[in-house]
Ligand binder design. Structure first.
Ligand code: ACO
Ligand code: V55
Length: 281
């Protein structure tokens, strides 16, 4: 089995850099970008690469063809496992959660899921793990697990609980019904839905907004938000103060510049937009 040893299939996910954005494209369109062990290995490799590359200020995750992803590969991830030793199943799952969940959630750079088409079952996990998500209005979402006799496991249910209201979540978990990008935006599963022909342009625009802001501040702000919701008020207060004090030293120079532009030069108003960042070249 390819997961244990063997070459990594580089083609199964595409990586392109363009003006600060790393475009990461699940590239198995003939299988609707169903996620198999080979894809996990390549994604883990890409995430390591992208995180360390200065050409990436923002990472976008999307899919080639008609699908974002049709979820877990029902053959390779489920059926084929029954002929394998249990340790292989465990390893295959671990590789999967490692990228879809742990690595994405606290990724070093801001992340945007660009949901271009089918987004089914297990595909909800990477979408929710990304900081932001923009969908095509006609993208089709569905928790189709129930349709073939499993539950939204592998933390898919947890991801759904994080982003959807209880009634909506249970409705789609129990019916397996499809909903489109517009509905996903209405329910808060994605930030926005835009016409498909505008999708890339809108994501580019959003990435540019993020690229104009301090990467250190964005990293601290995302992590802090994701972590404090698990804490009680006292711990949260202390965590946020500590995080902010840490950041005070990490991003000090930029903040001094912002003070100067607002308080001395009066060339910008923090309530209305971002200060002019000193260029680092
Ligand atoms: N696992 C394995 N193979 C898949 C998957 C999948 N999740 N999704 C699509 N494929 C394969 C098909 O078997 C087919 O393979 P073949 O060409 O070798 O016969 C190929 O991809 C194309 O799929 P079609 O069904 O022909 O494409 P179509 O555009 O008509 O339909 C759709 C797309 C609706 C996404 C359909 O493929 C489908 O229902 N896929 C399964 C969706 C699903 O329930 N995923 C699992 C969710 S649960 C979980 O992730 C844990
Ligand atoms: C599911 C997903 C999984 C898994 C088992 O959504 C079931 C169904 C994302 O991983 O391991």
């Amino acid at each position: 089995m390819a997961v244990i040893g063997g070459e990594i299939d580089k083609n199964i996910v595409r990586l392109e850099y363009d003006r600060g954005v790393a475009w990461v494209t699940l590239n198995r369109p003939e299988k609707r970008n169903a996620m198999n062990p080979a894809m996990s290995l390549r994604m883990l490799e890409i995430l390591d690469e992208v995180e360390a590359d200065d050409r990436c200020g923002v990472m976008v995750l999307t899919g080639e063809g008609s699908a974002f992803s049709a979820g877990m590969d029902i053959k390779e991830y489920f059926r084929d496992m029954k002929d394998q030793p249990r340790i292989v199943t465990i390893k295959v799952r671990r590789l999967n959660y490692e990228w879809q969940w742990r690595r994405l959630r606290y990724f070093a750079k801001p992340t945007i899921a660009m949901v271009n088409g089918w987004c089914l079952g297990g595909a909800f996990l990477p979408v929710v793990s990304c900081d932001l998500a923009i969908a095509a209005e006609d993208a089709q979402f569905g928790l189709s697990e129930v349709n073939w006799g499993i539950i939204p496991a592998g933390n898919v249910s947890r991801a759904v609980a994080e982003t959807m209201r209880t009634r909506d979540a249970l409705y789609y978990i129990m019916t397996g019904e499809l909903f489109d990008g517009r509905k996903a935006a209405e329910m808060g599963l994605v930030n926005e839905a835009v016409p498909r022909e505008r999708l890339r342009e809108r994501v580019r625009e959003l990435a540019d907004v993020l690229l104009a802001r301090s990467p250190e501040v964005l990293k601290a702000a995302r992590d802090a938000f994701k972590r404090v919701r698990l804490l009680d008020w006292d711990l949260s207060e202390d965590y946020l103060i500590s995080k902010q004090e840490q950041l005070w030293y990490i991003a000090g120079e930029e903040r001094e510049e912002a003070f100067r532009q607002f308080l001395d030069e009066k060339s910008f108003k923090p309530g209305l937009g971002v200060y002019k960042r000193p260029r680092k070249e």
